[in-house]
Write a protein that binds this ligand. Structure first.
Ligand code: BTN
Length: 243
């Protein structure tokens, strides 16, 4: 796959920009969209994504994939594995929190938003991610939830473009692997990395409901099972979890 990288100094959202632009992108291209700042950064479940200028990475991948050969969640599993490897390369140990948050010492450092546009035989896939790189404690203190950055975890500031280049090459390598061998290997790595959550007490907030209980299982395809009262187990397919 060829890489085609579009950088913007300011943009509403790197996930929104490539929407509807698929006509202009080649079927064997990996389009990368980055920005110094997003004015309408979007998180999962319609939440805003806090995006301050030149302090973090706001990056989206856009590409085509055979429609029958994946589930949307596979790409989020793939990218979360890339984040674990990327952070490890810089001496930071991270955990994946279901469904696809990256945590360091219990605080969120990165998030992933996957959006799919079905076409005829292909799907047009946009995988966006935010990674807190040089955000200070003071900046992150303004956020409602606990968050951290590579700067806070290591005491060093980082070249954002260099980190993005590393992430792009990790993701490209994984895409090539799954094209050749399928998703099994990356799904297995993701599955293993979320096992720490099993048996934890958790509150799950979906768009319409809230449930509380103990996590009994997380399946490789990303379903979580919550025991809300003795013997009563419910599946949770998406949502936000507090544990
Ligand atoms: C989450 O809620 O955890 C997902 C956050 C995804 C944020 C990234 S930043 C780059 C891309 N552009 C957006 O508007 N959102 C994603």
């Amino acid at each position: 796959m060829n890489i085609c990288w579009y950088h913007h100094s300011s943009i509403d959202s790197t996930n929104t920009w490539p929407k509807g632009q698929q006509e202009g992108f080649g079927h064997h291209e990996l389009t990368v969209v980055t920005a110094d700042i997003q004015t309408k950064g979007r998180g999962r479940q319609g939440k805003p994504w806090f995006s301050t200028e030149k302090t973090s990475s706001y990056l989206s991948f856009a590409f085509f994939w055979q429609a029958t050969a994946f589930q949307p969640f596979h790409f989020s599993q793939l990218l979360s594995i890339c984040f674990v490897e990327l952070l490890q390369m810089h001496g930071i140990e991270s955990q994946i929190k279901w469904p696809n948050d990256l945590l360091v010492n219990g605080k969120k450092i990165a998030g992933i938003l996957v959006e799919i546009e079905p076409l005829e035989n292909l799907s047009y896939i946009i995988v966006g991610c935010g990674l807190n790189i040089n955000m200070s404690v003071k900046t992150l203190d303004n956020l409602p939830k606990k968050a951290t950055s590579m700067l806070i975890e290591t005491g060093n500031s980082f070249d954002i473009q260099a980190i993005q280049t590393e992430l792009i090459s990790l993701f490209l390598k994984k895409l090539q692997e799954v094209k050749n061998q399928g998703f099994e290997q990356s799904i297995a790595s993701w599955h293993q990395k979320v096992q720490w959550m099993v048996s934890q007490h958790a509150i799950v907030q979906t768009l319409s409901t809230k449930a509380e209980g103990f996590i009994t299982e997380i399946t490789p395809d990303g379903n979580l099972f919550l025991e809300i009262s003795p013997g009563e187990i419910i599946p949770v397919h998406s949502g936000e979890i507090f544990c």
